[in-house]
Design a protein around this ligand. Sequence first.
Ligand SMILES: [Zn+2]
Length: 210
Amino acid sequence: MIHKILIVGLLQCNCSIIGDESTREAMVIDPGDDIDDIQELLRQDNLQVKQIVITHAHIDHVGGAMKLRAATGAPILINQNDAQLLQMLDTQAAWIGIAPPGEVVIDQALKNGDTVKTGSIEGNVLHTPGHTEGSVCLYFPREKKLIAGDTLFAGSIGRTDLPGGSFEKIIRSIHDSLLPLPDETIVVPGHGQLTTIGDERQMNPFLGKR
Ligand SMILES: [Zn+2]
């Protein structure tokens, strides 16, 4: 599996490009911004985008999705529970002082238990509400890799004070859906450095043993 992480935009979102080495098919996860840089990487690796997967509808994760969709024809996959946040992208742009990205459509709704396939690569969709109502994580069981969006960070968790946020829900989501994953699972958060499920189970101050 090809996996490249590109830090995009003002808020430094971790955008993942995940590709199949033999079919050269790829999915791009959270293309928040800097679509030209993402496309340059895709060209370098001779990859064709088949899906644009959004972990949640915050502008730093979804802001570039329509531009990438227009350039590649790939569908945008988002959990339906973030539809309301998508309607607020202009407000979100004003929060951080950037130009509004225009309307973003949901081509395919992501649900808990869905599998996203690109070539021979399979990612399982875990619905993990809390940071937003429609937050999802993507788990690649064969590679033991988790794309965590803004649900789990190295030593922290996503903020829950924005519209749709809930501290109780994010804690429950992490305990029920993420901590059961194997210790050695590599976690790629929406921002900042990588970690593992084992390290977070041991050391994350928000995840005290229950
Ligand atoms: Zn967010």
